[in-house]
Design a protein around this ligand. Sequence first.
Ligand code: ADP
Length: 327
Amino acid sequence: MAKPVIFSGIQPTGNLHIGNYLGAVKNWVELQNSGQYDCYFFIADYHSLTGQDSADERRTKIQTLAAELVALGIDPESTTFFVQSHVAEHTELAWIFNSITPIAELQRMTQFKDKSVQQEKNINAGLLTYPILQAADVLLYRPALIPVGKDQEQHLELTNDIVRLFNKRYGEYFQMIKPIFTELPRVMSLLEPSKKMSKSLGAGHVIELCEEPTQIETKLKKAVTATEGGGQAPGAANLLLLLKQFGSAEAYNTFAKSEKDGTIRYGDLKQELTRSIGDYFRDFRARRAELLANPKQLHGILETGARKAQKVAAATMQTVRQLVGIR
Ligand code: ADP
């Protein structure tokens, strides 16, 4: 029997940070390695066009992200790993969905509202129709399950609305999709631990996976720990969460206990954490550098992935063209 298809993507927005890792990529690798699914993971470069990067920045970020995902364990053999724009069917299906989606549905998306504030000088139509391209990304591969964060829930509901609209107008073809909301750690900013760790806050707020221990140490030294008032400070809780993920159980238990009884020395915790994160990603850093030094190999990986993805996407599009009456 065919395995259930799992599908997920990520935008090329710069070096991955430990929030992206714990909140997304680590889970992808686990799903892939469980052997229970037919996995599709892709780099959403068309989506990144709605942002502000220059062409050169975008090109570099796509390459780097591809190297980082492979270095983290995405296996191009067992998984279909590809770049969105290498499979032209994504935009073709998006156009067909554009023509059945009510504008009002798009205007109420919270991500559109947020982005319109963040980049008020560049409120392009792509920001509005973004969830339509997302629906096309997903439905081309007719997956059953989508591992996502809660922030994407609204877009997935829209995808299912598009399924309903399409099937009603052109005949039953697409199936509803089910999000899998796995409980994943939410990593907070080092400098403002009340906010989610995000590149958009600035370099000092995040730890990138490729950073050397000396860089990690500098950043952790500035990390906020204590706050006024009693109780566990969010900054301290965040560092302990990271130690739990990246350090030994013994180190975690020791620091968690000393934090509880008020004897904790944050300098020591930060040192232990620097060591733990540095060690955890040591192989990753080497593998990443190797891949980036060998663009031909990376190119080959992405080309093979695109070919695998396109086979499936082309079959879907053939049926869709028939159904809508353009073939
Ligand atoms: P950023 O906010 O740094 O630009 P993205 O929005 O591109 O990151 O997120 C890519 C993936 O990483 C998404 O699946 C998102 O849920 C996850 N992610 C991003 N930041 C965090 C975080 N601080 N903690 C947990 N998961 C995160």
